[in-house]
Design a protein around this ligand. Structure first.
Ligand code: AMP
Length: 273
């Protein structure tokens, strides 16, 4: 990207926010956080085919490019990168980036190609945009963890910043996929946040057995018709290994299918004996 070379020659620092578009306030929070650290903000909008499985929603993923470009402009982005699929994956493309352990947890189990697609596209975007700082949401906690590991393992000279989950007023984590939800599903989707809050409450009362907390969380999720739990996990926020006892910081992560829509949410919780 010539833009990146020119900015770097002019000693300007670049923050990068990769997205798949259909932007909402969660994405905007990432842009705001990025802008704080540098001179220039670059956003990418690219629905990455490599991270979708064959039965997933690549074809129907919501898109609104013109509106997204306006939002990026309003947020002060100096460039928006919107490549075609053939630009990122030209004919003959054959090099992928894959992490060994982190994808063997949580979303990686039911989405086997997902993190290979994410790590590959993010590496490519890093090489194209040449940022000093890149910003990711804690909404996709596993993705953030994996990117931090990849940046360390592959010596990318980029600071990774994580931004807390932005929620709707009623607690639903913002997501481009919320657009798929019918009115009833939209209200039912609140069970994810409710399950996380209840778990947080149990931990703050001193309950440290993850099993006990997970039973309650599952009950709350299963109170919703039309829901299929993919996973509910209490794990170490660095390795993503499940924990047997809560002591210190843990990640509670949830993924469900609500009808045909996949929803994820999480919370980092703390209990110190
Ligand atoms: P996506 O366009 O869904 O691939 O997301 C692009 C970036 O925005 C990722 O780093 C996500 O983690 C982040 N993001 C998406 N939704 C939220 C949210 N509700 N709060 C914070 N970050 C988010």
């Amino acid at each position: 990207m010539q833009y990146a070379d020119t900015q770097r020659q002019n000693k300007r620092t670049i923050a990068f926010v990769p997205t798949m578009g259909f932007l909402h306030k969660g994405h905007l929070a990432l842009m705001e956080a990025g802008r704080e650290h540098v001179d220039d903000l670059v956003v990418s909008i690219f629905v990455n085919p490599a991270q979708f499985g064959p039965n997933e929603d690549l074809a129907t993923y919501p898109r609104a490019l013109e509106k997204d470009l306006d939002l990026c402009r309003d947020m002060g982005a100096s460039a928006v990168f919107t490549p075609e699929v053939s630009e990122i994956y030209p004919q003959g493309f054959q090099t992928y980036v894959e992490l060994e352990k982190l994808p063997l947890h949580l979303c990686g189990l039911s989405r086997p190609v997902f993190f290979k697609g994410v790590a590959t596209v993010v590496s490519k975007l890093f090489n194209i945009v040449k940022p000093h700082v890149a910003v990711f949401g804690q909404k996709d906690f596993q993705q953030l963890t994996l990117i931090k590991q990849m940046v360390k393992d592959l010596n990318f000279d980029i600071d990774i910043i994580g931004v807390p989950i932005v929620r709707e007023e009623d607690g639903l984590a913002m997501s481009s996929r919320n657009k798929y939800l019918s009115g009833d599903q939209r209200s039912n989707a609140l069970v994810l946040h409710r399950a996380l809050l209840r778990s947080q409450e149990m931990i703050s009362k001193g309950i440290t057995d993850p099993g006990e907390i997970l039973i309650q969380a599952r009950k709350i999720l299963e109170s919703c018709p039309d829901i299929k739990i993919d996973y509910v996990s209490i794990c170490d926020p660095l390795t993503l290994d499940e924990v047997n006892c809560i002591n210190g910081s843990v990640l509670m992560a949830i993924a469900v299918m609500l009808g045909k829509t996949r929803l994820i949410d999480n919370n980092v919780m703390e209990f110190n004996r």
